[in-house]
Design a protein around this ligand. Structure first.
Ligand code: ADP
Ligand code: MG
Length: 222
C-alpha cells in the first residue's frame, strides 16, 4: 500500500514560491494500475519523484509498505528505491554505445556477472526483445528503446513500476503496444503508476488521480 498524506513540495524560483505539491493526499492499493493526469506544470513529475523516492517532500508523510519514507536519509531512501521501484521515462534514458543487454544489466551491477546477464536476458525476452539483445539504442526504434527501458525497470523484480509519460515520444500505435506491456506487468501483481497528460492512456488504468496547480482535483477508482 502506498499512502500519501498532506504532501507539500515547494520550489523557490528567483524569490517566487511555486507550490508544486499543495497538500496532496491519496492511497494506492498494491497491485493496482493508476494514472496521474493533469496539464503540463500541474505537479505530476514532482509527485512521481516523491513516490519514487528520488526526492522528498517539504512536509507531509509518504508511507510505503507500512514504512514512513518521507523522513529517511539519502542512503536508506536509495536502498528502498533500488529494491522496490522500477522507473520508465519518456525519453528512455538508455546509455548510448551500450547494448540493450548491458543497459538492462546496469541495475544489477552489485550481482554476479553471469547472474546479471541471465536476469537481463530474461527481462528482454519478457518485453519481446530476445532477438535484439546486442543492438545499441541508436539501432532500435522508439518503441523498442522503450521496451529496453521497461526491461531495465523490471530486471530487479520491483513491486512498483513508475512510468513518466512512457508513450509521450511514441506514435499512437506503438503507444498502445507499450500500454499492453505495462498491463501485462500489472497482471503479474505489480503496482503500476503512469504519469500522462493523454486521456486515452489514462483510460487503460482502473484508477486515476487528476492534478491541477499542485492539487488532486478529481479521483477515479481510488
Ligand atoms: P508536470 O510534470 O505536471 O508538468 P512538474 O511537477 O514538472 O509538472 O512541475 C510542477 C511545477 O513546479 C511547475 O510550475 C514547474 O515549473 C515547477 N518546478 C518543477 N521542478 C522545478 C525545479 N526544479 N525548480 C523550480 N520549479 C520547478
Ligand atoms: Mg512532467
Amino acid at each position: 500500500m502506498i499512502s500519501a498524506e498532506h504532501l507539500v513540495k515547494t520550489y523557490n524560483l528567483g524569490g517566487s514560491i511555486i507550490r508544486a505539491l499543495d497538500d496532496v493526499s491519496f492511497e494506492i492499493k498494491d497491485g493496482t494500475m493508476t494514472a496521474i493526469t493533469g496539464a503540463s506544470g500541474s505537479g505530476k513529475s514532482t509527485l512521481m519523484n516523491v513516490l519514487g523516492c528520488l526526492d522528498q517532500p517539504d512536509s507531509g508523510t509518504y508511507t510505503l509498505g507500512g514504512e514512513d519514507v518521507s523522513k529517511l536519509g539519502k542512503d536508506r531512501l536509495a536502498e528502498i528505491r533500488n529494491r522496490r521501484i522500477g522507473f520508465i521515462f519518456q525519453t528512455f534514458n538508455l546509455l548510448p554505445r551500450m547494448s540493450a543487454l548491458e543497459n538492462v544489466e546496469l541495475p544489477l551491477l552489485y550481482a554476479g556477472r553471469s547472474e546479471a546477464q541471465a536476469a537481463a536476458e530474461a527481462a528482454l525476452r519478457t518485453v519481446g526483445l530476445g532477438d535484439r539483445m546486442y543492438h545499441e539504442p541508436n539501432q532500435l526504434s522508439g518503441g523498442q528503446r522503450q521496451r529496453v527501458s521497461i526491461a531495465r525497470a523490471i530486471v530487479s523484480n520491483p513491486d512498483i513500476v513508475l512510468a513518466d509519460e512512457p508513450t509521450g515520444n511514441l506514435d499512437s500505435k506503438t503507444g498502445v503496444e507499450i500500454m499492453a506491456l505495462l498491463k501485462a506487468l500489472h497482471e503479474q501483481k505489480r503496482t503500476i503508476i503512469i504519469v500522462t497528460h493523454d486521456p486515452d492512456i489514462a483510460q487503460h488504468c482502473s484508477n486515476e488521480l487528476h492534478m491541477r496547480d499542485g492539487q488532486i482535483v478529481e479521483r477515479r477508482g481510488t
